[in-house]
Write a protein that binds this ligand. Structure first.
Ligand code: ASP
Length: 684
């Protein structure tokens, strides 16, 4: 049976592509092309419709495929690869047209792929057809170039790009695909509106900064995997379709078709599964795990996100912290090329005590108790790259006449302040009004009071007249106030003063340029409270999750004063962001039941939700604990970025929508019927 050429050029669009198939093939005895080869042949670029070729011998094709394999490849170098040493080599490049330039009749294109950019020059003055094709190109057309590498003439070497010393003189050009008119050009310096970027994500992902970030993400994942693998951790996948996990957010639910009316919950984290893996004896687990939380989204949150999830058996908090310290050292070195050396002062202390001390033992990442963090910074993920710590003036406020301060202090509230050194001149009345409105709107505060220090070192401002000379002197002392300092006060409940002053501290530091953008400032926050009192519902809620173990010494408060119990919990903070957190878990089912009790679970409801865990805990659960780090955030901070969506290939908007695919979207009535679900139509 003969095969006609048309078999290979089934799509008309391919007809105007140029052919790199050797055209000397002649019709012979013929055979059908096995579909797998047909596919391959079909994908070959075709120079022209070779009408003179009716039929082709398949065996010849196969031989040609093998013997001419190299000429058939669409490229043998990338656009980021060529250097001086390649001078004189013949190369085949393929990529996207970044730009086309006509310099007095000499045509250039910049050819781009994810590896870089190569300048192509067309010297065939007499080849009008080729020149015409080049002139017809648009940015984002896909082309193949065969040509020769040459050194760029002196004076036009481009030091800004790695391929800037060479250019490729084109011998032929193949248009592999034409682009439609692009809504934005990936190489343009101006960044399009985010909506446009998300809708045309494939174009956005062609932008070099996005490519850099996705490669960084890949690099980070590789380092994580290598690190844990070397330490004997095992990566285990846990289910997506499972039972609700108790991380405190709303679940994404998936209806079951088989068991109508019943639902799976997408995991908020693999928390319970990883604990069960410890009970199953897996000892050291990690996973780069997708998690889903249906929360109100903020700029740095996504409904689905990725965590580095870790769990270890026979460990205490120190072991987990030090294992992660080792990871931080490794990431800093392998991703950023920076050292975070163990300090000689602390190294060896623990290593001596325990021969199998984790690799991060002695790494100089400071630790701070939760209470201290809230006192000094008003936040449990303090940004330690700058000072401007909170100063408490409550005792002084109890002695003054000024009612705004006095009444708050007398009622058990707090009066605290920050001192923005040397910033008095930088904030006008109008600016301060702006700060005032901001704290009212953002933090539900009553407002912010302020004073400036004048050139003589005196506290001045509208509220100064409410204080006696000696009160002002005392305040000056406490605040360490010097000429031109700008003092901002918050007088409110402890919680509101924390929010207001943490907010102002961060905002002013950014406005005053106090932050070194290259600094990577890590710290651990430890000794968290176990429970938070939910005033609205009058009940205790778990500050981490209900499987967190209390500090051994605090168990006795379980009945008397649960608010006093501190947890065996630890959070890793980087540059003022919570990078992750974890806890040592309760491995004793009696304590676990007690905690459930305190959290208001009835025996039945605990059994209903976590019965399988409670049951598993009875079958020889080892002491265990773990941690999870937010991968998206890690990438964001290691990449020096400020938008989490830029760290995710296909992110959602703050309304949890995927603008490229249009998800979420309505589904067919039939699909709903199969699930026995009907959608309540909201009133128009
Ligand atoms: N499951 C916790 C979380 O996702 C982390 C942990 O305790 O390991 O925040």
């Amino acid at each position: 049976m003969k095969v006609g050429w048309k078999t290979f050029t089934s799509q008309s669009a391919r007809r105007d592509l140029l052919c790199t198939v050797p055209c000397h093939l002649t019709p012979r005895n013929g055979a059908t092309v096995p579909s797998r080869h047909r596919e391959r042949v079909c994908n070959l670029p075709i120079r022209e419709s070779p009408d003179h070729l009716e039929n082709i011998d398949i065996s010849l094709i196969l031989i040609t495929l093998v013997s001419n394999f190299y000429p058939l490849v669409l490229r043998n170098k990338t656009c980021g690869e060529l250097r001086k040493e390649h001078n004189g080599q013949s190369v085949t490049l393929a990529g996207w047209v970044d730009s086309v330039r006509d310099h007095s009749g000499v045509l250039f294109i910049n050819l781009r792929d994810r590896y870089g950019l190569t300048q192509i020059v067309f010297l065939q003055e007499n080849d009008e057809k080729l020149s015409e094709t080049v002139r017809s190109l648009h940015p984002e057309d896909v082309v193949q170039i065969v040509g020769k590498v040459g050194l760029r003439p002196e004076g036009i070497v481009n030091k800004k790009i790695p391929t800037g010393e060479i250019e490729v003189t084109a011998e032929s050009l193949t248009v592999l695909n034409r682009t439609a008119v692009v809504p934005f050009q990936p190489s343009a310096p101006e960044v399009p509106a985010e909506e446009t970027r998300l809708k045309y994500r494939y174009l956005d992902l062609r932008r070099p900064p996005m490519q850099k970030t996705l490669l960084l993400r890949h690099r980070i994942c590789k380092v994580l995997r290598d690190y844990f693998d070397e330490l004997g951790f095992v990566e285990v996948e846990t289910p997506m379709l499972g039972k609700s996990t108790p991380e405190g957010a709303r679940d994404y639910l998936v209806p079951s078709r088989v068991a109508q009316g019943q639902f799976y919950a997408l995991p908020q984290s693999p928390q319970i599964y990883k604990q069960i893996l410890m009970i199953a004896g897996y000892d050291r687990y990690f996973q780069i795990a997708r998690c889903f939380r249906d929360e109100d989204l903020r700029a740095d949150r996504q409904p689905e996100f990725t965590q580095l999830d870790v769990e270890m058996s026979f460990v205490n908090s120190e072991d987990v912290i030090e294992t992660i310290n080792g990871l931080v050292v490794r990431l800093m070195k392998e991703v950023l090329g920076r050292e975070l050396n163990p300090s000689p002062a602390t190294q060896g202390v623990r290593a001596g005590a325990q021969p199998t001390a984790p690799p991060g033992t002695g790494v100089p990442i400071p630790r701070m108790g939760y209470d201290e963090a809230m006192e000094r910074f008003g936040h449990d993920a303090p940004d330690l790259r700058f000072g401007m710590e909170l100063i408490d003036l409550t005792d002084l406020a109890k002695t003054v006449e000024f009612r705004v301060f006095r009444s708050v202090a007398d009622d058990g509230g707090r009066v605290r302040a920050i001192n923005a050194k040397g910033a008095a001149e930088k904030y006008s009345r109008k600016d301060i009004d702006g700060l005032n409105t901001w704290v009212i709107e953002q933090f539900g505060a009553k407002g912010v009071a302020w004073l400036k220090v004048d050139a003589d070192g005196k506290l001045a401002g509208p509220i100064a007249k409410n204080f006696t000379e000696s009160e002002l002197a005392e305040m000056t002392k406490k605040l360490g106030a010097k000429p031109n300092d700008f003092i901002l006060f918050s007088a409110d409940t402890f919680s509101v003063t924390c929010k207001v002053l943490n907010g102002l501290r961060r905002r002013l530091a950014a406005e005053l340029g106090l932050i070194d953008p290259n600094e990577m400032n890590f710290c651990w926050i430890v000794r968290f409270p176990m429970f938070d009192w939910d005033e609205e519902n009058k009940r205790w809620i778990a500050m981490h999750h209900p499987f967190t173990a209390p500090l051994t010494g605090d168990v006795s408060y379980m009945d008397s004063d649960p608010g006093k119990i501190r947890a065996q919990a630890y959070d890793l903070v980087l540059n003022g962001f919570e990078l992750g957190g974890g806890t040592i878990r309760i491995h004793d089912s009696a304590i676990q039941s007690k905690v459930f009790d305190l959290l208001g679970f009835t025996h039945e409801s605990a059994k209903e939700q976590f019965g399988f865990l409670l049951e598993a805990l009875q079958f020889g659960a080892p002491p265990h604990g773990g941690i999870a780090l937010g991968l998206d955030r890690l990438v964001m901070l290691f990449g020096g970025l400020d938008n989490i969506r830029d760290c995710i290939a296909f992110p959602k908007t703050t309304k949890a929508a995927d603008l490229m695919t249009g998800a979420p979207s309505p589904v067919a009535e039939k699909q709903l019927d199969e699930l026995a679900i009907s959608v309540k139509k909201s009133e128009p």
